[in-house]
Design a protein around this ligand. Structure first.
Ligand code: HEC
Ligand code: HEC
Ligand code: HEC
Ligand code: HEC
Ligand code: HEC
Ligand code: HEC
Length: 268
């Protein structure tokens, strides 16, 4: 029995070597390639429930609070599952023209066609640029085209800075827009609208107005965090916040545990 198993293992090994040599001559970086078969680390981080970029159609499109505040429309797909933009939102959920039927209820449809923010939303397989970073389809909910936008063609990245001791606010434009961390920040901003702070009533903390506490923006920070890009603080592919106590760039200031928030427009 053992011998048979070893024999099988050898055959499997030969088969897998053969597979490797075929892929060496063909570039695997094409649209709809099974990216995750080779990039297993990124695939498992992306598929982890901690990374909301893999949310299902049901999660995104049947949220009663969200759908009551804003009617479902095709633009939802531009940030939530852009490769399916041409199918239209009605392909994924019903009803789309009222606040639910019965009131407050929606049904998700064709969930298997939904691809969420998959690898090719942020990576152009055909690109020769560093890390192949590019955004497919549109900037925010702007004009859609079946093409990639490179970070170098995206609007300049900036932060909205508030000094928590004086309340002074300013706009900080990263000085080197071509640096990798800023290119990545531009990519994040192509869905996380840096200008959208929401329109709730302003919140006052310690006598200082932090403005509205909502929206998709994560560009609002206190002056201590001026100059950091999104991925200085958010780990690759899970996009979970890093630990400031063990990250070199943060250690000068963070020597002990503290309580509080980083994004001043989501302070509560
Ligand atoms: C057959 C295995 C395989 C598949 C499938 C594959 N890759 Fe890769 N990928 C590699 C290898 C090997 C490298 C490193 C060498 C290179 O840059 O080509 C790489 C490199 C990369 C890099 C880094 C590039 C750089 O400039 O440093 C990115 C990003 C990437 N792949 C994304 C993707 C995406 C997105 C897909 C799906 C469309 C994909 N890969 C499919 C094997 C694969
Ligand atoms: C311009 C890009 C963009 C568009 C268009 C968009 N979203 Fe979002 N959506 C986001 C981002 C970014 C977040 C994450 C919010 C955050 O910053 O925490 C989000 C979060 C959500 C959430 C989870 C958080 C919550 O609000 O409870 C739901 C549900 C959602 N969106 C549904 C929709 C629907 C439905 C539409 C269409 C009516 C839509 N979105 C249109 C970018 C977008
Ligand atoms: C294609 C649009 C898109 C791009 C590009 C994008 N995001 Fe998101 N992101 C979203 C949406 C939409 C959500 C909310 C998920 C939901 O509820 O549907 C989200 C959720 C998140 C979250 C909260 C949940 C989590 O996954 O931990 C973080 C953090 C985040 N994004 C960071 C980033 C960073 C950092 C970048 C740039 C590297 C980025 N995002 C690029 C659309 C995008
Ligand atoms: C100085 C560090 C820092 C920077 C820079 C930063 N973040 Fe965050 N981010 C955090 C921390 C810490 C949290 C969790 C606590 C909070 O909400 O403040 C967070 C939370 C988030 C969330 C909500 C996650 C959730 O689970 O609800 C999103 C979305 C997000 N960040 C996106 C971004 C984007 C996009 C950028 C770049 C424009 C960015 N962040 C820049 C540290 C940072
Ligand atoms: C929301 C945008 C986004 C999505 C979706 C995304 N990536 Fe990435 N990826 C990035 C960014 C930004 C980097 C640059 C390095 C970093 O911050 O982790 C990166 C880096 C990489 C690299 C290079 C890693 C290295 O260590 O050099 C590979 C390979 C890669 N991604 C593959 C994938 C695969 C496979 C998927 C799908 C499972 C995927 N990515 C989904 C944004 C994304
Ligand atoms: C110049 C000093 C300074 C640097 C550098 C700095 N921080 Fe902070 N950080 C602060 C201060 C002060 C606060 C308290 C409130 C505020 O300003 O947001 C804070 C608050 C925080 C908080 C919320 C409170 C907590 O600790 O639970 C997080 C998370 C955080 N910072 C993460 C980071 C990360 C990640 C980095 C590195 C990428 C970083 N910080 C770099 C000064 C700094």
């Amino acid at each position: 029995m053992k011998k048979v198993l070893i024999g099988l293992a050898v055959i499997a090994l030969i088969a897998s070597c053969k597979k490797t040599s075929t892929t060496e001559t063909t570039n695997p970086h094409v649209a709809n390639a099974a990216c995750g078969n080779c990039h297993t680390t990124e695939q498992s981080q992306w598929a982890n429930p901690l990374d909301l970029h893999a949310l299902s159609a049901k999660d995104v499109l049947t949220n009663a609070d969200h759908n009551t505040a804003e009617l479902l429309n095709d633009d939802c797909l531009k940030c939530h599952s852009i490769f399916q933009y041409q199918l239209g939102v009605a392909h994924f959920v019903s009803p789309v023209n009222q606040i639910g039927s019965p009131a407050g209820t929606w049904t998700a449809l064709n969930g298997g066609d939904w691809q969420a923010t998959k690898c090719e939303v942020c990576h152009n397989p055909a690109s020769t640029d560093s890390l192949r970073l590019a955004k497919y389809g549109s900037m925010l909910d702007g004009q859609w085209t079946a093409a990639y936008i490179k970070p170098s063609s995206m609007p300049a990245a900036y932060q909205k800075i508030i000094d928590l001791s004086t309340g002074d606010t300013s706009t900080y434009i990263y000085p080197n827009q071509a640096s990798l961390r800023v290119q990545i920040t531009k990519l994040c901003n192509s869905c996380h609208d840096p200008a959208d702070q929401g329109s709730d009533t302003a919140v006052i903390v310690g006598g200082i107005s932090l403005g509205s506490q909502g929206g998709d923006s994560r560009a609002y920070v206190a002056s201590n965090h001026q100059g950091f890009g999104c991925t200085d603080c958010h780990a690759g592919h899970t996009f979970m916040p890093v630990d400031p106590l063990t990250t070199i760039a943060c250690k000068n200031c963070h020597t002990g545990p503290k309580t509080g928030k980083v994004h001043t427009n989501h302070w509560q």
